[in-house]
Design a protein around this ligand. Sequence first.
Ligand code: SDX
Length: 435
Amino acid sequence: MTDQTPGTVTITLDGTNKSSTIKLLEGTIGPAVADIRKLYADLGIFTYDPGYGGTAACESKITYIDGDEGVLLHRGYPIEQLAMNSSFLEVAHLLLNGELPNAAEKHDFDMGVMRHTMLHEQIRSIYQGFRRDAHPMAVMCGVVGALSAFYHDSLDVNNPDHRRISAFRLIAKVPTIAAWAYKYTIGQPFMYPRNDLGYAENFLYMMNAVPAEPYHVNPVLARAMDRIMILHADHEQNASTATVRLSGSTGANPFACIAAGIASLWGPAHGGANEAVLKMLAEIGHVDNVKPFLDQVKDKNSHSRLMGFGHRVYKNFDPRAKILQATCHEVLAELGIKNDPLLDLAMELEKIALHDEYFIARKLYPNVDFYSGIILKAMGIPTSMFTALFAVSRTVGWISQWKEMMEDPSQRIGRPRQIYTGAAQRDYVAIDQRA
Ligand code: SDX
């Protein structure tokens, strides 16, 4: 195609004189995209990409992933540097506002969040409507969605002040909502948030403290939790973020959009994988069972998967998994756990899988969910709360992506098309005429 205008792709419909010249749009880094918006008008055809494996649904400045190189940048900063040097609320400011805050901006942002950590007292009653054995993610979906019933003062999605206060309210309240979902399942009283504690420290306090005695959060565990939250904050256009964007494109309020994101994250193929990894390790039980388990995974009829492995984008190590593996060792050392059978089994499983042709050929590597559950379990977080914690962290990414979309002047309602393979038009047949 030498007569191509640089930066275009021309598609010609075989057997016709119809063609469409499509512009290539270049990003800062990463693959260019073919702007196919006029393809249907030119050629009367749609593109077909179930699962959106090769489709850019939006323009964004928030997160960049290079799946082949295992690179993850938030507003240009490598995740490794943010995880080691930053804090979750500082990363939240970066994702929301585009820059790391100076000291004054950081103070104001932290105060802005910490002043909204409490829930309306009537929200406590919503919890009573759930069974005690409700999964915390069911509670998160319900209670976060219900928030919109309490904030009629900030539901105008076209008002930047309403968008800002809603972002603060969501980021501030999801830890309280999640911790209370846990307390409700174990029949302990809800602990009110404390604004003298850091964000991650406050979450661990609300999860573990009881009114009957003082509770001090281990600072090493608080730091580890803060780092885990940084690693889960945002990840480009993953399934739950795409859900939030699509919901927000209709003008739905941010509380409803985040509730939709929580529902999407719950799936075991997505944020539910951290819980599924622990169940998988328990099922394997011993390193002697690793090989038979992997043989079962390779048998397509078993429908088994190596949970915590593989990724739609990463075809190399998920950089977050590497950081979490290192954090695993730090947390276990701090807790005085000399050898954690789960971690030993996970590391053996990883070593065997990474040398197995099935996983090598498919470029399946550990993802963010492979080690996170082991750390959380060692920190005393119940398995049922793993995905709820993922949702607490990802709320920052969801609301940042939602804000970016709402501020985009070209934003319009999302409405994918399809290829129709059902029945062609036919006439109704009365029941006594049917076979
Ligand atoms: C998250 O998108 C994001 O960014 C998500 C996330 C985020 O931060 O938001 O990173 C968080 O969701 C991480 C992923 C957590 N999920 C799991 O760990 C569940 C196990 N992983 C798989 O279900 C799977 O890898 C997915 C869902 C993550 C990706 O699914 P894809 O893109 O459909 O998988 P693929 O096309 O890369 O698969 C290629 C091949 C297939 O085999 P063949 O048909 O070619 O023979 O690899 C196989 C798949 O069957 N395969 C696996 C596997 N993952 C893919 N085989 C065994 N075990 C696995 N885990």
